[in-house]
Ligand binder design. Structure first.
Ligand SMILES: [Zn+2]
Length: 300
């Protein structure tokens, strides 16, 4: 019986192997579309098919948000001293060293002065590639110092968050950063310094529970995961199915947890417009310091 015998080579064997050089194409994690990296870069790492926002680095956010060449980094040289000498499967000090050499950063945030749409601002951008953007004492301290700069120089503050939450290797010291940064923001609010919080995918845990959610305006990138505990933990705890889109930007906007969703390519203009609005309002209102001066001059 020869009728079923394959006389030609199978398709699999004859089809030329597709040559897909590394670093040219990227698959969208959301819709599966294969995207040309050069096009993806031009589109600020947003999928042209479904609008999925890929995670990008801190340097890319500087480029996207700050006027060209205006970013000046501040508060460098602050490193965690690992006061608890914490060790899980690895020593915390080793994890820090590894993250430092991988990212070239000292911790999971950079802060600086910059201009945005021509206006002087203070900006802090978290780095997810450094230990999952976790907030330890260095992140908290640098964020607090950036808040102090904003207050001192009366410049609006912008923080771009993405974080897995508090850094467990620093235990209570990490949790204290929530209170520290929240207290600084209360002071900024008294001084009427605008603070815009930009939440990107993912922002969770202690960052969401402190400065992430305390912006005068809270902006989120589309479809970003934003929450305190992760959906799986919540599902297990309450023993119920969670609604579709739970903890995504769109869900949070619908439930009043954030003020607006803005795609990456519109972020700079949107923040610029908001600052225009706030700074005109702030300029028209005397600060606490001005009021005190006014009172003392009235007395003298
Ligand atoms: Zn896509």
């Amino acid at each position: 019986m020869s009728w079923f015998k394959r006389s030609k080579k199978s398709l699999k064997a004859t089809a030329p192997k597709k040559n897909m050089p590394d670093g040219l194409w990227q698959k969208c994690q959301y819709c599966g579309e294969i995207l040309y990296i050069k096009e993806l870069e031009k589109a600020l790492w947003v999928c042209s098919k479904c609008g999925y926002h890929f995670m990008i680095g801190t340097d890319q956010y500087i480029e996207i948000l700050c006027d060209s060449g205006t970013f000046e980094e501040t508060h460098t040289g602050i490193r965690s001293v690992d006061p608890l000498e914490f060790k899980d499967v690895k020593k915390y000090s080793d994890r820090l060293k590894q993250s430092m050499s991988k990212t070239g950063r000292e911790d999971a945030v950079i802060t600086g002065f910059a201009k945005l749409s021509g206006r002087d601002v203070v900006i802090a951008i978290m780095d997810f590639s450094f230990m999952g953007g976790s907030m330890g004492s260095v992140v908290g301290e640098k964020i607090a110092r950036a808040m102090n700069d904003a207050t001192k120089y009366r410049r609006p503050l912008i923080i771009v968050s993405r974080s897995g939450g508090a850094r467990m290797q620093e235990s209570i010291l990490s949790l204290m950063q929530m209170a520290k940064t929240a207290a600084m923001l209360a002071k900024m609010s008294e001084e009427r310094i605008p603070y815009i919080s930009v939440l990107t995918n993912p922002t969770t845990g202690g960052v969401t529970a402190s400065y992430g959610s305390l912006g005068d305006v809270i902006i989120a990138e589309p479809r970003a995961l934003i929450g305190f505990a992760g959906p799986r933990v919540i599902k297990q705890t309450i023993g119920q199915e969670l609604p579709d889109g739970f903890q995504r930007s769109e869900f949070l906007l619908e439930h009043g947890m954030i003020d607006m969703i803005c795609p990456r390519d519109g972020l700079r203009d949107r923040i610029g417009d908001l600052l225009e609005f706030f700074c005109v309002a702030v300029a028209a209102t005397p600060s606490e310091a001005d009021k005190n001066e006014g009172e003392s001059s009235a007395v003298s």
